[in-house]
Design a protein around this ligand. Structure first.
Ligand SMILES: *[C@@H]1O[C@H](CO)[C@@H](O)[C@H](O)[C@H]1NC(C)=O
Ligand SMILES: *[C@@H]1O[C@H](CO)[C@@H](O)[C@H](O)[C@H]1NC(C)=O
Ligand SMILES: *[C@@H]1O[C@H](CO)[C@@H](O)[C@H](O)[C@H]1NC(C)=O
Ligand SMILES: *[C@@H]1O[C@H](CO)[C@@H](O)[C@H](O)[C@H]1NC(C)=O
Ligand SMILES: *[C@@H]1O[C@H](CO)[C@@H](O)[C@H](O)[C@H]1NC(C)=O
Ligand SMILES: *[C@@H]1O[C@H](CO)[C@@H](O)[C@H](O)[C@H]1NC(C)=O
Ligand SMILES: *[C@@H]1O[C@H](CO)[C@@H](O)[C@H](O)[C@H]1NC(C)=O
Length: 525
């Protein structure tokens, strides 16, 4: 009898525990995810000391996340170790003393207060926080590993840009070493790209990659194609480029085309063109995204619908999303704002593109523009308020059709195959001005309203030529998924048709583009 009632007592304790528990269950339709946009501390006596200061700030994000019952949180690339002293020093000898050893993640070792391992204290402290808050934490670190043999550097180490994942006990459960380095001189690559994924106790399997990886097939697209990953972790230190590759634009486009949940966490340094963080739910739309013209620290928390058999288990609801900004006293990394009204963006070199001025009218227009046998068919319906641009001191965007089929070269990085159909905004009638924007404080008027746009084309059917709908308005917001359709359809053995249609009126378009990558024509260092 006594035994029986004890069992009953334990049973009800267990029920109570799970009722009041803050973790998402395998049976729930959603989980709570969080991404951090972080403005790091980059100055200090050495990178170990810098990382310790940054980790104190990370603990503040974790405290807030814990109050919001977050299951998994993602920190940005270079957020902890910050990557750059000022001025930057790109030498292994600078990074090596301040990089961490890591055990094999297959050991599932809890690093918190683990005296037997030579892991850096700062990494152990984040493991302790994962345990304290019972939260999955994704952290980007500089990792070192002793090596031997022909492929080993003279100093006897491999040095990696690595994402690590702690589970709710603080155990190291996954590790991903960045494959597509972005001119990160002195860092090493694994012999092959790693497809890193991990399963959580709330029933979701995540895949992860870092920053420039999003531009390539391996490992990013392979995670979706070969491992059926539905939820992606993306840590980034992104340098936004106009008109096609601003941070939220590529994150939203990648999430949409692959129809995956996408947790993108961005490094914040607007003076060097770095911002852009968001949580996107593929074809269901954007849960939340942020773009900061000035230095800032912010956390996004969202209820993310789980994907089962290709279907999301509940609709997205922006009411279940929160964006929390921290003041400079709460997180003191924004020590001084550099005097500038908006962040500095990079510009894509459009000099090799075929472009043609778009002459706005009231009504429909059709045009076909080709570059190296690749033709785009543009059909637009516009309203043209030519009276609004008469005032003095007003600025307004002009538009051009811009088409490209070939390779572009990125200094110090390599050569990328691109296939692009687009309508892009320009500062004036000169095509050289189509990769810039007006100062956001200028008096900008909008004489052209696009009621609809149809962009169509034919391309080769190949897994090595994926296409992304990459569009933004002049606030650098990716277009709402309900405002366009994008269809890539096989038409015969060898070719696909592309059709990208704007279905809602916009008077502030910046870029409307089908952005194709041709991996076959890539040459990267
Ligand atoms: C980094 O700098 C701090 C503060 O000056 C010092 O105490 C520490 O020993 C240094 N660490 C390393 C690994 O050089
Ligand atoms: C991915 O899904 C496809 C189609 O449902 C299935 O055939 C394949 O076995 C799955 N692969 C993995 C690694 O789960
Ligand atoms: C979101 O909140 C607003 C204001 O409280 C409410 O009117 C709306 O119905 C909510 N939307 C959903 C989808 O719950
Ligand atoms: C793009 O150009 C290459 C040669 O430069 C050509 O082989 C290919 O067919 C073109 N693509 C399309 C879709 O026409
Ligand atoms: C271009 O697209 C429009 C509709 O979007 C279609 O009516 C027209 O036939 C197309 N032209 C060519 C040459 O494909
Ligand atoms: C497929 O269609 C494209 C575009 O119309 C054409 O150039 C190509 O020859 C066709 N291929 C086959 C195998 O019919
Ligand atoms: C593209 O799709 C739109 C909307 O579905 C359709 O109206 C249009 O005819 C299509 N155009 C082409 C050229 O396929």
């Amino acid at each position: 009898m006594i035994l029986g009632s004890t069992n009953l007592y334990l049973f009800s304790m267990f029920c109570l525990a799970s009722l009041t528990s803050q973790v998402s269950l395998p049976s729930s339709n959603y989980y709570i995810g969080a991404v951090v946009e972080y403005h790091p501390i980059i100055e200090g006596p050495n990178s170990t000391a810098i990382a310790e200061e940054n980790s104190e700030n990370f603990i503040k994000f974790l405290k807030t996340a814990n109050e919001h019952q977050v299951d998994i949180i993602v920190f940005p690339e270079n957020g902890l170790f910050s990557g750059e002293p000022f001025p930057p020093i790109f030498h292994r000898s600078f990074y090596l003393p301040h990089s961490t050893y890591l055990p094999d993640h297959k050991e599932f070792k809890v690093l918190c207060r683990d005296v037997s391992s030579n892991v850096m204290e700062v990494v152990k402290s984040i493991s302790c926080a994962a345990k304290q808050y019972a939260m999955y934490i994704v952290l980007n670190v500089h990792e070192k590993e002793k090596c031997l043999g022909d492929n080993c550097a003279e100093d006897g180490y491999n040095l990696y840009n690595t994402n690590i994942v702690f589970d709710r006990n603080g155990a190291l459960i996954a590790k991903y070493r960045k494959w597509n380095l972005f001119a990160e001189v002195g860092f090493n690559k694994t012999p092959k790209p790693e497809l890193s994924s991990f399963r959580t106790d709330f029933g979701v399997t995540f895949g992860q990659f870092i920053c420039f990886d999003i531009f390539f097939g391996a490992p990013a697209l392979e995670l979706v194609r070969e491992k059926n990953i539905t939820d992606i972790i993306f840590s980034t230190h992104w340098f936004s480029h106009l008109p096609y590759l601003t941070a939220n634009q590529i994150q939203a486009g990648w999430s949409y085309v692959n129809d995956v949940n996408f947790l993108g966490s961005g490094y914040n340094a607007p003076a060097t063109g770095n911002t852009g963080t968001g949580i996107y739910a593929g074809k269901y739309g954007h849960l939340a995204r942020i773009w900061n013209e000035k230095a800032a620290n912010a956390l996004i928390v969202a209820k993310i619908p789980k994907v089962l058999n290709g279907q999301r288990m509940q609709p997205i609801n922006q009411n279940d999303t929160q964006i929390i900004y921290y003041s400079a006293t709460e997180i003191p990394s924004v020590r001084r704002q550099i005097l500038m009204s908006q962040q500095k963006l990079f510009s894509e070199d459009l000099s090799l593109f075929t472009s043609k001025l778009f002459r706005p009218i009231n009504g429909a227009l059709s045009s076909i523009v080709c570059h190296h046998d690749f033709c785009c068919n543009f059909t637009t319906d516009t309203l043209y308020h030519d009276d609004v641009n008469k005032g003095s001191n007003v600025k307004y965007y002009r538009y051009r059709y811009a088409v490209f089929n070939g390779t572009v070269s990125y200094p110090k990085l390599g050569i990328a195959g691109l296939e692009i159909c687009s309508i892009i905004s320009c500062l004036d009638d000169n095509p050289k001005s189509c990769n810039q924007r007006f100062d956001i404080n200028a008096n900008i008027v909008h004489p052209v309203t696009f009621n609809s746009i149809v962009l169509s084309s034919i391309s080769r059917d190949s897994i090595n030529i994926p296409h992304f709908p990459l569009s933004i308005d002049d606030q650098i917001n990716p277009l709402n998924v309900n405002d366009f359709t994008f269809i890539r359809k096989k038409i015969n053995e060898t070719h696909v048709s592309l059709n990208y249609t704007l279905t809602k009126p916009y008077n502030n378009l910046m870029t409307f583009a089908i952005f194709g990558r041709n991996f076959v024509n890539d040459y990267f260092l």
